[in-house]
Every structure is written in structure tokens, then in C-alpha cells.
Write a protein that binds this ligand. Structure first.
Ligand code: HAM
Length: 433
């Protein structure tokens, strides 16, 4: 009986030391994907002249409450909020756009460029029920453009940046879902029409949608509940209720997308889950995958809402875990550029003692090495050199350490020569060529 209790408490202790629910370690074997994705995002961003920005992982809770909307799922249910010792209400950032808007106002960034193009990448946090493609800690890479005007070409540029970043990872069959949700002038009347339509069908709605009907009726259009999905088929759509300005803006965005020959679908039910959007909204999907790889849209009112001068803006963010899921499921391989490495073998205490200095000498000469300094037997070290397919082994024994020389062994041909340490780097470089 006692034994069992010990076992259980051991198990509980082990569990307590695991990652929090919905959060993951990124293990060495997955770093190849992360490195490749981050490189891809950086290349695309730099090509299209987006400047890197990094904002804190913690922000004041109020920033997101005001930006994303009090009645959005993210603010209502998904924020990790806590009080600091100084009694500030802080939050682990659930997304990047609000922070960018805050930084834009706080540092007066409008003088840097017009439009100002920014990009970022890093962890975000949402208290979600973890499932495939949905985590509590996840990573986004985002592109944002802030400007004095709302030129529709900016919408196309942001969509293009997101699309190219994903496409460059060899992910095939991407589709852009796109819609417009109008502006301050045309949306209120549409919202009213939508409410009227749903009011008479309220009893068929799910509990969440019944609540949203008064607070956020546009969200009824993207509810996944079967009954709500059936109802939306006949619901009025924003496209038929746009003002003239929004109509021509959206038309122009679509023309740019068509000119670029990017595959897109007009999705009248796409509304997005964050309140700061107006006009263009979009999401990018890969064939066969249910969750969006990226999402974004225009947010012309956010900067003013947060206390800045009126500025137009548009942006999008890519979910990096979802990219990795698609990459793995599609068996996409990123060949690793392998550099020839030499294997350092030490024999005896004096050689072992001098090995670290020897490695520094090689590092100063840009020669990559592998070693197993913890293994002392020659056989074990040769086996490791063989395993890593090193073309050369450097054999550093007692005699060599004493005479300041080293044996350079060609592991392919089995030949070897002893060279003075002073000449070691030159000889290795010649042989590696
Ligand atoms: P979002 O649609 O909430 O938009 O997130 C963008 C992307 O982040 C999603 O398409 C998805 O790939 C990924 N993502 C979101 N939530 C999770 C999660 N819980 N687990 C894993 N991946 C997730 C935004 O965040 C906006 N800030 C995008 C934007 C930028 N709009 C304008 N500028």
C-alpha cells in the first residue's frame, strides 16, 4: 500500500515538472524547421523592405481589451492576465498587432517611412483548449503596414508577403480566402440587417451565437456549429451592403491579387475574430488542412482608438506551428547545408589538456570540428569520426602534444602525415578543398 502511494506521488511530481498544458518544448530535431521558417520570413520581409520590430511579451491588459474588443473570444476567455507586484494588470500578449500600434504611437514611428512597413516574429499566448493546430503558446510572424492613406495596393502587398513566405517553404496548393467587412459608415446598417435576419431565427442558434447576436452579430457568420452554419447560407452579406468607397477599395484589392495571379476565393462569411478590422480581411489555407495558416486585414481605426493620430493600417500574421504541421504532414524536406568537419582525436592527458586551446586555434581559422573529449579510447573516437563521416581526423597524442605537432589523417584514403601545429590550419584547409 505504502509502495503504491510513493509511486503515485513520484508520478505526480514528474507531471508537475512537465510543460504547462498547450505549451511545448522545441527539441533539437525540430530546430531545422524553425530555422528554415525564420530565415524565410526574414528574407521575404527584407526583400519587400519590412523593418524588424520586437515588442515585449508582456503588455498592459488594457491594450488588448481596447484593441481586440471586449466581446471577442480572445479578450473574454483567452488572455493570460495577472497582477504584477506593482499591481499593474499585465497580459502575456495574445497577438502582435496591438503592440505594433502601441509602439507606433509611443515612439512616433511615422517619421521613419511612409508607408511604414514592420515585421516581427515571436511567441504569443492564448488560453485555448489545446487541439491540433491550436496551442496556448504558439509563434507568429507578422507583417504590418501603417500609412497616412489607405491605398488598396498595401492590402495586396501584405497578402503577398504572407503568401510568399508560406509558399517559399515548398507548401503547395495555397488559397487566399478574402472578404470585406466595410467601414464605420456602411457597417452599422449591415449589422442591423444581420441582427434582424437572425432575430427571427434566434431559437435555432447555438448559445454562444445567441449571446453574440447583441454584442457582435458579424461573428455569427463564422460560427462552426452545424445549425448556425445552415442559417448563414441565407444571411445578408456585407458585399451587397458596402458604401461606394468600400466597394471600390475592395474591387481594387481584388484586381491587384488577380494581377499577381494569386489563387483566391471570395468568402462572404469571413469576418475574423478580432474587432479592430475594417474593409479587407483574409486568411490563407493549404489544401487538406482545416486551420488557417495565416490571417489578417485592414485596421484603419486602431491607432486613433489607442490615442494616436489617424493612420491607416493593414497587416497579417502567420502561425508558425501550423506551418510546421503542414511541412511535416506533406513530407517536405529541407536539405541541410553540411559543411565538412574535421574530427579531433586526443590520446593521453597532456593532449586532452591542450585540446581546448587547439580547438580555439581551429575556430580562429574557421575550421569546423567535431570531438568527443569525454571519450579517451582511440577506438571509440575513431568510431565517432566514422559515424559523422568526417573526411579528416586530427590525431593529437602525447608525443604530438609534446612536440607541438599533429597527425592529419585522411579517413577516405587512409593516408596520414604529421605537421607542425603552426602549419596545421593551412594544411587542413588545403586538404578540405
Ligand atoms: P489570428 O488569425 O488570430 O490573427 O492569428 C494569425 C495566425 O496565428 C492564425 O492564422 C494561426 O495560423 C495562428 N494562430 C492563432 N491562434 C493560434 C493558436 N492558438 N495556436 C496556434 N496557432 C495559432 C492575428 O493574430 C492578427 N494579429 C493578425 C494580423 C496582423 N492582423 C493584422 N495584422
Amino acid at each position: 500500500m505504502r509502495k503504491k502511494t510513493n509511486k503515485t506521488s513520484k508520478k505526480n511530481k514528474a507531471l508537475a515538472l512537465q510543460t504547462p498544458k498547450g505549451m511545448h518544448d522545441i527539441l533539437p530535431q525540430d530546430q531545422v524547421f524553425w530555422n528554415r521558417i525564420k530565415r524565410q520570413v526574414k528574407e521575404i520581409a527584407e526583400y519587400y523592405s519590412f523593418l524588424r520590430i520586437d515588442t515585449p511579451i508582456l503588455e498592459r491588459a488594457e491594450l488588448f481589451e481596447r484593441s481586440l474588443g471586449e466581446t471577442t473570444d480572445v479578450v473574454e476567455k483567452q488572455m493570460f492576465v495577472f497582477k504584477s507586484k506593482g499591481k499593474d494588470r499585465l497580459v502575456l500578449r495574445p497577438e502582435g498587432t496591438a503592440s505594433i500600434a502601441r509602439a507606433y504611437i509611443q515612439h512616433g514611428l511615422s517619421h521613419i517611412a511612409q508607408p511604414l512597413k514592420l515585421y516581427y516574429e515571436g511567441p504569443m499566448f492564448r488560453y485555448e483548449q489545446p487541439q491540433a493546430g491550436r496551442f496556448r503558446q504558439f509563434h507568429q510572424a507578422g507583417f504590418e503596414m501603417i500609412s497616412h492613406d489607405d491605398d488598396p495596393i498595401y492590402d495586396a502587398q501584405v497578402i503577398l508577403a504572407c503568401y510568399r513566405a508560406i509558399e517559399g517553404l515548398k507548401i503547395k496548393k495555397l488559397t487566399i480566402q478574402i472578404n470585406t467587412i466595410g467601414c464605420k459608415n456602411c457597417r452599422p446598417a449591415y449589422r442591423q440587417k444581420l441582427q434582424n435576419y437572425y432575430k427571427s431565427r434566434e431559437r435555432h442558434l447555438c448559445r454562444d451565437c445567441r449571446r453574440r447576436l447583441t454584442t457582435n452579430p458579424l461573428r455569427l457568420l463564422d460560427c462552426q456549429n452545424k445549425d448556425c452554419q445552415d442559417l448563414k447560407k441565407d444571411a445578408p452579406i456585407m458585399l451587397d451592403n458596402l458604401c461606394g468607397f468600400c466597394n471600390s477599395h475592395f474591387k481594387a484589392v481584388l484586381e491587384y491579387i488577380e494581377e499577381l495571379k494569386l489563387p483566391y476565393n471570395l468568402n462572404n462569411h469571413l469576418v475574423r475574430g478580432l474587432d479592430y478590422y475594417n474593409r479587407t480581411v483574409f486568411e490563407i489555407f493549404a489544401e487538406g488542412f482545416y486551420s488557417a495558416l495565416a490571417g489578417g486585414g485592414r485596421y484603419d481605426y486602431l491607432i486613433e482608438l489607442l490615442g494616436g493620430r489617424h493612420s491607416s493600417a493593414v497587416g497579417g500574421a502567420i502561425g508558425l506551428e501550423r506551418l510546421i504541421e503542414v511541412i511535416k504532414a506533406s513530407n517536405i524536406i529541407f536539405p541541410m547545408k553540411t559543411k565538412n568537419k574535421v574530427f579531433l582525436i586526443h590520446i593521453g592527458n597532456l593532449a586532452k589538456k591542450k585540446s581546448l586551446t587547439l580547438i580555439e586555434e581551429l575556430r580562429n581559422n574557421n575550421i569546423d570540428i567535431l570531438e568527443s573529449l569525454g571519450k579517451d579510447s582511440l577506438k571509440a573516437q575513431l568510431r565517432s569520426a566514422d559515424k559523422f563521416k568526417c573526411p579528416l581526423a586530427l590525431i593529437f597524442g602525447q608525443k604530438e602534444a609534446f612536440e607541438e605537432s599533429i597527425i592529419i589523417r585522411d579517413l577516405h584514403y587512409g593516408t596520414q602525415e604529421t605537421v607542425p601545429l603552426k602549419k596545421m590550419a593551412d594544411v587542413i584547409k588545403r586538404k578540405l578543398k
